[in-house]
Design a protein around this ligand. Structure first.
Ligand SMILES: Cc1cc2nc3c(=O)[nH]c(=O)nc-3n(C[C@H](O)[C@H](O)[C@H](O)COP(=O)(O)OP(=O)(O)OC[C@H]3O[C@@H](n4cnc5c(N)ncnc54)[C@H](O)[C@@H]3O)c2cc1C
Length: 294
């Protein structure tokens, strides 16, 4: 069996597959996937508070302890024949069953200056880059849990953190994060606003809002949501719903032998624990299928 993706869904599927002694390989571009970017995870059962990187390390250790190999490669093509043929940037593999756990990637702002200043002030990962902004001014764009937790983390380093949000108040984020933002004197929400341009000479210096307001900042952290990675699902012509893979409660997709789990599916809660749960079910269904010799 081949599991594509080494986020919580793929790694949990690997733990179950390892316990079932299935000949399993995980192929993932980034271990931990998006959870590796979470500064604090406070809702993964059995950890009151753990960083995304530490949770990733524990998941990877668990998988490797069971003898399942993780290859850091990118799957570029999957073809269906008698078996599945999986082509990566490095090699070709064959499998009888596939679990797609490809998760999602960050949505871009698509404004002038975003691409030009990537790595020179524009970032999509506060956990990775917050320390570069000690005593600086930064803006986080968005109003979700991810945006608010990014702002809370950044406020530990930056002298000032703006949260630029298009709505009039935060309503999508967890009340705990909203309260922490409201009580943090170094964070200033800027509501009813969108960034229309990021400006600077060598690096970010200013953002222009659609209200006409200009803010001097050294960094812009974009947290405006995620886009599911469905390129492989499209190649396999799987049924999709709102850009996500449709699965049944056994994590079967519309193509026999292909299962899907985590943020790439049409599940209603995009979290590490639900991704892990779907990974466990997908591995179990795949195991039943392989055992039957289907
Ligand atoms: C900033 C932030 C904070 C968060 N905080 C929390 C939190 O506190 N609690 C919580 O429960 N959830 C949190 N989440 C959500 C959580 O991260 C996701 O729900 C979870 O990671 C989904 O897991 P997944 O395995 O489905 O997908 P992902 O984590 O997105 O993993 C996808 C995997 O697929 C790989 N991949 C994709 N395409 C390919 C390809 N073609 N070839 C090879 N590999 C590929 C990626 O490299 C990655 O390994 C947060 C998310 C963000 C962005």
């Amino acid at each position: 069996m081949i599991i594509v993706g080494s986020g919580p869904a793929g790694l949990t599927a690997a733990i179950y597959a390892g316990r079932y002694l299935l000949d399993t390989l995980v192929i993932g571009e980034l271990n931990g996937g998006t959870i590796s970017e979470a500064s604090e995870v406070c809702n993964f059962p059995s950890y009151k508070n753990i960083t995304g990187l530490e949770l990733t390390k524990k998941l990877v250790e668990h998988v490797e302890h069971l003898g399942v190999e993780i290859k850091q490669e990118i799957v570029e093509k999957i073809e269906k024949g008698e078996n599945f043929v999986i082509k990566t940037n490095n090699s070709i593999y064959r499998a009888r069953a596939i679990i797609l756990a490809t998760g999602s990637k960050k949505r871009k702002l698509n404004v002038k200056g975003e691409k030009e200043f990537l790595g020179r002030g524009v970032s999509y990962c506060a956990t990775c880059d917050a320390t570069f902004f000690k005593d600086k001014k930064v803006a986080v764009v968005g109003g979700s849990d991810a945006a608010l937790t990014a702002a809370i983390l950044l406020s530990e380093y930056a002298e000032k953190t703006y949260i630029v949000y298009r709505k009039s108040k935060f309503f999508r984020a967890e009340p705990t994060w909203i309260k922490q933002v409201e009580n943090n004197k170094k964070i200033e929400p800027v509501f009813n606003s969108n960034i229309i341009e990021i400006k600077g000479s060598n690096k970010v210096e200013e953002i222009i809002l659609d209200t006409g307001k200009k803010l001097s900042v050294d960094g812009v952290f974009v947290e405006i949501g995620l886009i599911p990675n469905i390129e492989l699902a499209e190649q396999l012509k799987l049924d999709l719903e709102n850009g996500h893979i449709v699965t049944d409660k056994f994590q079967r997709t519309s193509l026999p032998g292909v299962f899907a789990a985590g943020d790439v599916t049409n599940n209603p809660l995009k979290q590490a624990i639900t991704a892990s749960a779907e990974g466990a079910i997908a591995a179990n269904t795949a195991y039943e299928k392989i055992k039957r010799g289907d």
